[in-house]
Design a protein around this ligand. Structure first.
Ligand SMILES: [Zn+2]
Length: 228
C-alpha cells in the first residue's frame, strides 16, 4: 500500500466521487461508456492546472486504476454494450478485481482501500455529479485501443520469431512490460475490438495494417490511425 497516495486521495474523496458520477453521465450507461468516462477523467487530470492541485493528482491516479480495470474487462469479455450494472455493484467489482489480481502488478500496486474501490465503482454506476471541468476524451480512448493493438501484434510477431528492433511496437513492449491495460491475457490484436460495441472502420484498417510482418509498416499503420 502506498500510504502517501492513500492519504492524498482520502482528503479529496467526496470530490472524486462527484466527478466520476458526472463523467459517467456524459456517456452511455454501458461498460464501453464507463471506459470512455474514465478516459475523460485521466485526460482531464493530466491536462489540468499547474501546479497540479491535490484533487487533480488524485483524480489521475484513481481514474487510471478504474480505467485499467475496465480495459481488462472489455478485452477479456464481450461486454462493450452491456449495461455497467450487469457487472454488479461496487462490492462485487472489488471482489472481481481481487480475484483477477488486477490490484497488484509487478511494478504497480493499487493504493485504494477495498471500500474506496467499491465506492468509485458505485459512483460510476450512480451517474450523479458534475464531470471534472473539460470535455472530450475519446482521443485517449482511441490511443489506448491503438497502443494495445500494436503491442499485441508485436508480441505475437516476436513469438513467431521476428527480430526485436527499435520500432515503436518493440519499444512499447520493452518499456511497459507489466501493465494490465497494455497486455490482454490473450494478447491478440483482435481483442481490441472488444472495447467497442460496434465495428470501427479506423480500427479495422489498423488491424489490417498490423497483419504485416514488417515492423515499420505496423508502426505506419498505427500512425495512420491518427493517434500519434
Ligand atoms: Zn520492431
Amino acid at each position: 500500500m502506498n500510504r502517501g497516495a492513500a492519504r492524498q486521495i482520502a482528503s479529496v474523496w467526496p470530490q472524486l466521487l462527484r466527478w466520476w458520477g458526472g463523467a459517467a453521465a456524459q456517456h452511455a450507461p454501458t461498460v464501453h461508456g464507463a471506459w470512455l468516462a474514465t478516459c475523460d477523467c485521466v485526460r482531464i487530470a493530466a491536462e489540468g492546472p499547474r501546479p497540479v492541485p491535490r484533487s487533480y493528482a488524485s483524480l489521475y491516479k484513481a481514474s487510471l486504476g478504474l480505467n485499467q480495470s475496465l480495459l481488462a474487462v472489455l478485452l477479456r469479455m464481450n461486454v462493450a454494450d452491456a449495461p455497467l450494472t450487469a457487472l454488479g455493484d461496487g462490492e462485487q467489482f472489488m471482489a472481481w478485481c481481487d480475484r483477477e489480481g488486477v490490484l497488484l502488478g509487478q511494478v504497480e500496486v493499487c493504493a485504494g482501500s477495498p471500500a474506496q474501490i467499491a465506492g468509485a465503482w458505485d459512483a460510476l454506476l450512480s451517474r450523479d455529479g458534475e464531470p471534472p471541468p473539460s470535455t472530450g476524451g475519446t482521443e485517449l480512448a482511441r490511443r489506448q485501443a491503438a497502443d494495445i493493438a500494436l503491442m499485441a501484434a508485436t508480441y505475437q510477431g516476436l513469438r513467431r520469431g521476428e527480430d526485436r528492433c527499435g520500432c515503436l511496437g518493440c519499444r512499447m513492449l520493452s518499456d511497459r512490460p507489466d501493465s494490465w491495460m497494455d497486455a490482454p491475457p490473450e494478447r491478440h490484436p483482435q481483442a481490441v475490438r472488444g472495447l467497442y460495441p460496434a465495428p470501427k472502420p479506423w480500427l479495422e484498417r489498423l488491424l489490417e495494417g498490423l497483419e504485416s510482418t514488417d515492423h515499420d509498416r505496423r508502426e505506419a499503420a498505427w500512425r495512420a490511425a491518427d493517434v500519434g
